[in-house]
Write a protein that binds this ligand. Sequence first.
Ligand code: AMP
Length: 469
Amino acid sequence: MTSASPAASSDAGFSQLPLSPATLANLEQLGYLRMTPIQAACLPPALLGKDLIAQAQTGSGKTAAFALALLANLNPRRFAVQTLVLCPTRELADQVTTEIRRLARAEDNIKVVTLCGGVPLRGQLATLEHGAHIVVGTPGRIMDHLERGSLQLDALNTLVLDEADRMLDMGFFDDIVKVAKQCPKERQTLLFSATYPEGIAKLAAQFMRDPQTIAVQAQHSSAQIEQRWYEVSDKERLHVVGQLLLHFRPASTIAFCNTKAQCRDLVAVLQAQGFSALALFGELEQRERDQVLVRFANRSCSVLVATDVAARGLDIASLAAVINVDVTPDPEVHIHRIGRTGRAGESGLALNLVSMDEMGYVGRIEQLQKRESEWHPVSELVPASAEPLQPPMATLHIQGGRKEKIRPGDVLGALTADLGYTREQVGKINVNEWSTYVAVDRAIAQQVASRLATTKVKGKSVKVRVLED
Ligand code: AMP
């Protein structure tokens, strides 16, 4: 766990919850004096045994929100796995284990075990033989243990899915479903996710009981997002977007346009200037949309040019900058657009281009935000470097996906164990039904693609190409 304190606390203390005196004393010792908003919203229903779908980000105190509930369900005298927490990565699983152990200190001898891939099985098998109350792990490795019979879930009473959106992103949908099927039906299921892509509802429908949805008002405090306004003529507008990108060099940006036509024009201008930019608008086929989103989220494209409708429900954690290429006539939409930057305690940048005839819209936005706009002259934009910032990764497209039973681990294995690349050279791996997308270090993308095409993934030769603009 990081030592950073959560973004905000609510007014509520823990003592109003039905927790044991020992747990309350432990919380006080840990310095947890007030509940964070997500804890205040989740803990009362969770302690009543309800299933929850909660929207929460790292740093919100979400781990304690589910950990206190699962600990309340636990019988330390029963030596059997009573809780399983599924996490997308080993790093998160380690963090969750540490936090559960801290919170479990009030009780004697609660055993928490972490089971993740990339670690030899043998040690894990020995640990499991000694018994555990709580297991925290990644879906692939948990499946391995279930298949071997080294992990039994018949005494389980709480199943937690942490960062469910990230697990779906990594292609773990099927594994999660299989694991859930092996848990007793009589149980509590707690699902935490920063965003709600479609798959979340599918998971919930398959194995949750009348889940309560918890969303804590996104507090994008104005202090976290710096907004700058520039007056432009319609003729220079698209060109100024490039100037903003060269001046501020944000690592990831969404540029919002009011129309599809504007999106198309802007992408053409930016690509011609050497920016790595892709457009997202309503008419794209599902497959094209998926590709654009995967490439933006895995850091192989740095500018996403989008309409509001197309960007709805976009599942992207935090952006370095938002550019409003056109001012939106709806002030609520403006707030929504800029709220995509400056999340999770990071600072954000919102850059707005305004022509004379859009000034009226700016007035409405000022009223809603209750603050005046900070105007800057376009002449202030000096390129920090003449070269557009290139994204760190590039995306390889592999023909074949879930239908061919490809899993992220198979691709990672082919790249690291077989071809000798390091874990750091490989980024996000997305397995869809028919395709697999792998982010790799941009500098070696072509080489990785040709070498991968000569080796085997899941025992089969694969067709691979680098996705270019
Ligand atoms: P998380 O969002 O679970 O990663 O938690 C972020 C950090 O906040 C962790 O370091 C926790 O130990 C800490 N934390 C969680 N709940 C509280 C609380 N109610 N009061 C103070 N710190 C907390």
